[in-house]
Ligand binder design. Structure first.
Ligand code: ZN
Length: 435
């Protein structure tokens, strides 16, 4: 497809916003970005799409989510004060109440919600990755689907690792150019040290991206530092041995080799200055999930310190079971306001860079972009497009989402799937989960 998208504003990412700007798209790539007249003169044969009073900006990236759990939006409100109970109810629902097709429908609905909110790329951790991966593909998203691995019992580490390898093999058979496979050892309290070592080695040898929950809850911190608390008690009840390493989660993940994989670590709330330096030196990436962290009462990650350290930093909605929406613009506003509430200063430009995971509208880049309409009462007047995006807009103002040059969402409709059928199926799943 050869198209020029033009609008009142183009926000390229690393450079200054362009008033009356345009972006030329040829196939899956951006062919040019600049003032409208210049771009049209350079590509006279391209079709011109004028989007009017709107902002074109790099596609948003959700760096940590679980799309398969979309059917659990609002399902766990009564368990939120007890993380252990929350995880247990979620796990029972996913493994015992949801069918394979339910998982796929749930993930597809989550993928629809993402493109509706201007998200063009997702990093999705899934227990049923082979179901979640086609969901991303059906909707037209870019992303990585990370097959999860569980196993706190060191005696079963090898067996659980072999199960993961088999699942990854199945997943790799369905990979595409846009959607790749990864691995996700779930968390320090659900995967034992020997299994973490095996998975880290596998990730490096096979060049598989690795995502993991890290330094999230107080219960996790007690578990890793002192070997006590709800997670330790849970293992003791199952006669599973656990010897706490007695260090921070980040130091522990360094010891077992996870940080040698340039992992994508979700949450990182309970980190100190030394941990942040270790994250930077190991080129670890952080998925900051401020709304999920706040909703579950886990605390506040040091967002401004991450920015100061120059970490590879993105935003994650986490699953909608703990958020309850997948909306990275809203997440960016929340992250910025929470940082400021804590006395740290984060600018709207910094927030947008994080929300797009450093994405840029630049010649030769992937043609992944989002368009926010500026016609809402809540946005008028608009003096600065980036401030309007971060402080006055949300995913609900998105009118167009383009991934690899394809329009995956436009004018209120997700292009490639039957949303009415999915809506009806989501209602059936809700009834099943409610018993
Ligand atoms: Zn998560």
């Amino acid at each position: 497809m050869t198209t020029i998208y033009s609008a009142r504003w183009v926000v390229p990412g690393a450079t200054e916003p362009l008033e009356n700007g345009a972006v030329a798209v040829e196939g899956q790539r951006i062919a040019g970005v600049g003032p409208h007249a210049e771009v049209v003169a350079r590509f006279p044969e391209f079709k011109v799409e004028s989007l009017g009073d709107a902002i074109i900006f790099p596609g948003l990236v959700n760096t940590h989510t679980h799309l398969e759990l979309t059917a659990m939006r609002g399902y766990l409100e009564n368990e939120e004060t007890d993380f252990f109970a929350w995880l247990r109810k979620l796990t029972v629902a996913r493994l015992e109440l949801m069918t394979a097709d339910d998982i796929r429908v749930s993930a597809t609905w989550g993928a629809c919600e993402a493109v509706r909110a201007g998200i063009t790329c997702v990093h999705d951790a899934s227990d049923s990755a082979v179901m979640s991966m086609p969901a991303l593909m059906d909707v037209g998203l870019r992303g990585v689907v990370y097959q999860e691995s569980f196993g706190p019992d060191a005696r079963l580490a090898r067996e659980n690792f072999e199960k993961l390898k088999t699942k990854v093999e199945e997943l790799r058979a369905v990979e595409s150019e846009l959607v790749r496979a990864g691995v996700s050892p779930h968390a320090p309290y659900t995967v034992c040290g020997p299994q973490l070592e095996l998975i880290a080695e596998f990730s490096r040898a096979e060049r598989l991206p690795l995502m993991m929950h890290a330094a999230e809850s107080a219960a996790e911190e007690s578990f890793v530092r002192e070997g006590c608390g709800a997670f330790a008690e849970g293992l003791a009840r199952r006669a599973i041995e656990w010897k706490a390493p007695g260090v921070s989660t980040i130091q522990y993940l360094k010891q077992v080799g996870v940080l040698d994989t340039s992992p994508l670590l979700a949450h990182c709330i309970r980190v100190d200055e030394v941990d942040i330096a270790v994250l930077r030196d190991t080129r670890s990436q952080v998925a900051h999930c401020p709304k999920s962290n706040a909703k579950l009462g886990h605390g506040r990650a040091p967002f401004a310190k991450f920015l100061d350290a120059g970490l590879a930093l993105g935003l994650g909605s986490d699953s909608v079971a703990s958020n309850n929406t997948c909306d990275i613009l809203e997440e960016a506003r929340f992250a910025t306001l929470m940082a400021r509430a804590g006395g740290e200063h984060v600018t709207s430009s910094q927030a947008l860079r994080v929300a797009t995971f450093g994405g840029e509208l630049i010649e030769g880049a992937h043609a992944d972009l989002a368009v926010v309409s500026l016609t809402g009462a809540h946005q008028l007047p608009s003096y600065d497009p980036i401030a309007t995006l971060i402080f006055a807009s949300s995913g609900r103002d998105v009118i167009l989402t383009v991934v690899a040059g394809r329009e995956v969402y436009r004018n209120g409709r997700v292009s490639n799937v039957d949303e009415d059928r999915l809506r009806a199926r989501m209602s059936e799943i809700r009834h099943r989960l409610n018993g």
